[in-house]
Design a protein around this ligand. Structure first.
Ligand code: FDA
Length: 304
């Protein structure tokens, strides 16, 4: 009950535009640096280098919330391009993750497509890959439609499928050949479109993992859940699926010991590394996911 209350509280705080604006002027506060790799590209790339040295590969995400103008969408696009260039220049092993709403999906779909093409051209030049994160249900169809269009011209783009959505089994079947990241799903969705019970989500997650792995297309399994990780290990061993056909993914700052342990066992482990001055909403959502992390915030408030 207390957990559910705190979850709603942090989700509510994550939507505050006033706090979001204020936080941009601050440095990383309240322990946010546990989950956010820095405010600048240089700081983020330095963290990626450290993670690479520890045997982990990465995906960088330039954080951004509440894009309301074409200029902001273009600025976010420029950040994505600069990030790809910084990755290439530093010679680190990282691809890029982004959200279409940052690139103007809600403002003008053709602007968003143009911005994606600019980013994918840069990624192609540097032989890199771009993952489109999946946002809430209202953007799912638009995201998959744009992805299909882009895939006609670019093989270096993939997306994310959320196990909590009823439609996902069909989406995985329709997206043959597209590298997918499979996740449980992070947004609050209506029971009309999504499973609400953990057991149902977990069951569907396992079915999607098995279905996509068996297509032979590269699969990313993004989870911190030991039961799902154990399921994947057993499945690939039983089916003889080699380790170069899939990877595990986890968020920066979450279960870092498990990340290193999986890498040491010979699995590919990719860390999702967010950075940027727009850290506030992302940080609040991590607190909502696991109110136990509040202990870090309290410590952070007193140690600064
Ligand atoms: P679950 O939430 O059930 O957690 C299992 C266990 O992991 C917990 O019992 C706890 O031990 C540990 N744990 C979980 N969260 C923790 C925390 N914050 N701190 C410490 N321990 C924690 N979603 C989406 O809708 N669209 C997307 O594009 C993405 N992209 C994405 C990329 C990557 C790399 C990851 C890891 C996740 C996403 N997600 C996402 C989020 C995803 O949908 C989901 O909300 C979270 O991963 C939480 O679900 P888990 O599978 O980790 O299990």
């Amino acid at each position: 009950m207390v957990g559910a209350g705190l979850k709603s509280f942090f989700l509510f705080l994550s939507q505050s535009r006033a706090l979001n604006r204020a936080a941009k002027k601050w440095g990383l506060r309240f322990g946010a640096s546990r989950f956010v790799a820095g405010k600048t590209i240089a700081e983020a790339v330095a963290k990626v280098k450290q993670l690479n040295e520890a045997g982990l590969i990465c995906t960088l995400d330039h954080l951004g919330e509440f894009v309301t103008s074409r200029a902001e969408a273009e600025e976010a696009t420029d950040y994505c391009i600069k990030t790809l260039e910084a990755i290439a220049k530093a010679g680190v092993t990282s691809n890029l993750s982004l959200k279409l709403t940052q690139l103007g999906l809600d403002l003008d779909e053709s602007l968003c497509e143009t911005n994606m093409r600019r980013i994918l051209n840069t990624a192609r030049r540097h032989r890199n890959f771009v993952r489109i994160d999946m946002e809430d249900y209202s953007r799912c169809k638009k995201t998959l439609d744009l992805l299909r269009k882009l895939r006609r011209d670019y093989s270096n783009v993939g997306t994310v499928i959320q196990a909590y959505l009823h439609r996902s089994e069909q989406d995985v079947a329709n997206l043959k050949g597209v590298p997918l990241r499979l996740v449980k799903g992070a947004y609050k969705e209506s029971p009309d479109v999504a499973y609400s019970q953990k057991a149902e989500v977990d069951h569907n997650f396992k079915r999607l993992i098995e279905a996509h792995l068996q297509t032979g297309t590269y699969t990313a399994i993004a989870t911190h859940d030991d039961a799902i990780i154990a399921f994947v290990k057993q499945l690939v061993a039983e089916k003889g699926i080699s380790h170069d056909r899939f990877e595990f993914q986890m968020l920066y700052g979450i279960r870092s010991d498990t990340q290193r342990a999986l890498a040491a066992e010979g699995y590919t482990m990719r860390v999702y590394v967010p950075y940027g001055s727009d850290w506030y909403g992302y940080f609040m959502r991590r607190l909502a996911e696991r109110p136990a992390n509040v202990a870090f915030v309290v410590k952070g408030m007193f140690s600064r």
